[in-house]
Design a protein around this ligand. Structure first.
Ligand code: ADP
Ligand code: F6P
Length: 458
């Protein structure tokens, strides 16, 4: 059997430390099951950077192999091209994109350096699987070094319509380089269609049918593979003593009054200010909820050295102050905003104690929080998921209350419906979603991609 080699910017940790981010969470589950090598950044900046020692750590069947980067790499590649240029463009926010001159060069340099460090560790029959927008160029760099292994790519975030992507300088070059992969996976069929449309309309590729596109002498399998979570595992976490303690603490605090929960990295793609305003509208339009319903928002800071991220945090703190100042009572605080992380066990308990899961990104590749919320519910008395139509998860969770996150009234009305939904309807909707997320879990996701890679590149 071939060895699996996963490449991603963030690696691990394999333990439940409460580190946020969908990519690491999904891959920990997959690698622990399949075994293999996981290569990427240590998360540390040093003078030697990617020329420094390789740090390895083996736990059971998984070896982590990581290297540092320099301050310049961090500024140009990570904070620069990845998060100031690509992240906003791919989330349809051309208005926030910064096309700084050094960034693109830094991105190429780091892709090349990381590929150079991985190269000597590779065996001839390794299957390589590269993750996310940090490493669009990775396969092209490996191919230039003579690596002919099977290489798949998965994009965890959205791939925008060609009309948006075309706003990125050198978008056609970026897409051409992506064709060095044998398989390119996206979160939804819409993202895969957007990529296919770009290849055909902007770089003269052709659709060969059966999800294969051809361009520049290469034939690449392009498909949507919605990522899953370890749904059964997460569901069990919700009944651990640690989770129960968190459930009990919240139930004590709320005294049985309903809580709405939001859990997101502080990121402008998550629609957090819009969410807070929708909650305010719920209290305005449906005053019976005053003194009763509260919103808990758990939001670990993310990429906080970037202005757009610092600004959104400030805005959320202001909005919390404004809404609490306007509505709070002696024994009731409308919004509890916590800019911190929790372990996965604690989170599972928090989800379970919450009558409504509110997941309202303006754009999101998938959104694993939506699936975690469902997995953590009590089968006999489950909560209701309110989900943005712009989260990839909406494609596979039609039983959620699907909302437009830009519509303050619409989200408030959905919250009101969720808070008043009869038990039988809650159960029916929950059961359908729970069955589906168990069948389409993280392991099935990875297996399908690797099986398709194997068939496509015999
Ligand atoms: P993204 O990848 O954009 O961060 P996802 O919703 O797909 O969004 O994944 C986020 C992951 O990070 C989830 O597994 C979620 O549980 C985790 N997470 C988010 N916020 C927190 C938090 N405050 N504490 C711990 N984990 C968190
Ligand atoms: O899932 C999307 C993603 O961008 C991952 O690639 C990333 O690891 C995670 O969100 C958290 O972001 P960051 O690694 O920049 O802290």
């Amino acid at each position: 059997m071939s060895r699996l080699v996963v490449v991603s910017n963030r690696v691990g940790p394999l333990k439940d430390t409460g580190k946020a981010g969908g990519l690491a969470v999904a891959l920990v589950d997959v690698l622990q099951e399949m075994g293999g090598l996981w290569f990427g950044w240590t998360g540390t900046i040093s003078d030697e950077g990617s020329f420094g020692p390789l740090q390895t750590e083996t736990t059971k069947n998984v070896t982590l192999a990581q290297i540092d980067m320099t301050q310049a790499d961090y500024d140009d590649y990570y904070a620069g091209y990845a998060n100031r240029t690509l992240w906003p463009v791919l989330h349809y926010r051309l208005d926030l994109a910064d096309f700084g001159r050094r960034y693109e060069e830094g991105y190429r340099r780091v892709n090349e350096r990381f590929a150079t460090r991985l190269r000597p560790m590779l065996k001839a029959d390794d299957v390589i699987w590269v993750q996310d927008y940090h490493f669009f160029n990775f396969a092209a760099e490996l191919r230039a070094m003579g690596v002919n292994n099977k290489v798949a790519f998965f994009l965890h975030i959205p791939f925008p319509a060609p009309e948006i992507l075309a706003g990125l300088p050198n978008a056609d070059q970026l897409v051409r380089r992506m064709l060095a992969y044998d398989l390119i996976g996206f979160q939804t069929t819409r993202d895969a269609d957007n990529f296919r449309r770009f290849v055909i309309s902007e770089i003269g590729g052709t659709d060969k049918g059966n999800s294969v596109v051809s361009a520049g002498g290469r034939e690449v399998l392009v498909r949507g593979y919605p990522i899953g979570i370890d749904a059964m595992g997460f569901s069990k976490l919700a009944t651990t003593p640690d989770a129960r303690r968190h459930t009990a603490r919240i139930e004590k605090l709320t005294g049985g009054r309903p809580q709405i929960i939001g859990v997101d990295r502080i990121d402008y793609s998550k629609g957090l200010p819009e969410r807070f305003r929708a909650f305010e509208r719920l209290l305005e339009d449906y005053p019976e909820n005053r003194g009763g319903v509260s919103l808990m928002q758990v939001a670990p800071p993310s990429r906080s050295e970037l202005d757009a991220y610092a600004e959104i945090r400030r805005e959320l703190e202001e909005l919390t102050g404004h809404i609490n100042g306007r509505f709070a009572d002696l024994d009731w605080t409308p919004i509890r905003f916590m800019a911190r992380s929790f372990t996965r066990r604690a989170l599972a308990g928090i989800y379970r104690a919450s009558r409504v899961g509110l997941v309202t990104p303006l754009r999101d590749g998938m959104n694993l929080v939506a699936k975690e919320y469902v997995a953590a519910q009590r089968a006999e008395d489950p909560g209701v998921l309110v989900l943005s139509r712009f989260a990839g998860a909406a494609e596979g969770m039609p039983e959620a209350l699907i909302v437009n996150p830009h519509s303050t009234e619409g989200v408030a009305a959905a919250l009101q419906a969720a808070l008043n939904m009869p038990l039988e309807e809650r159960r029916d909707r929950w059961q359908a979603m729970f069955d589906r997320i168990c069948a389409q879990d993280a392991s099935a996701w990875a297996r399908e991609i690797l099986a398709d890679l194997d068939t496509h590149r015999k």
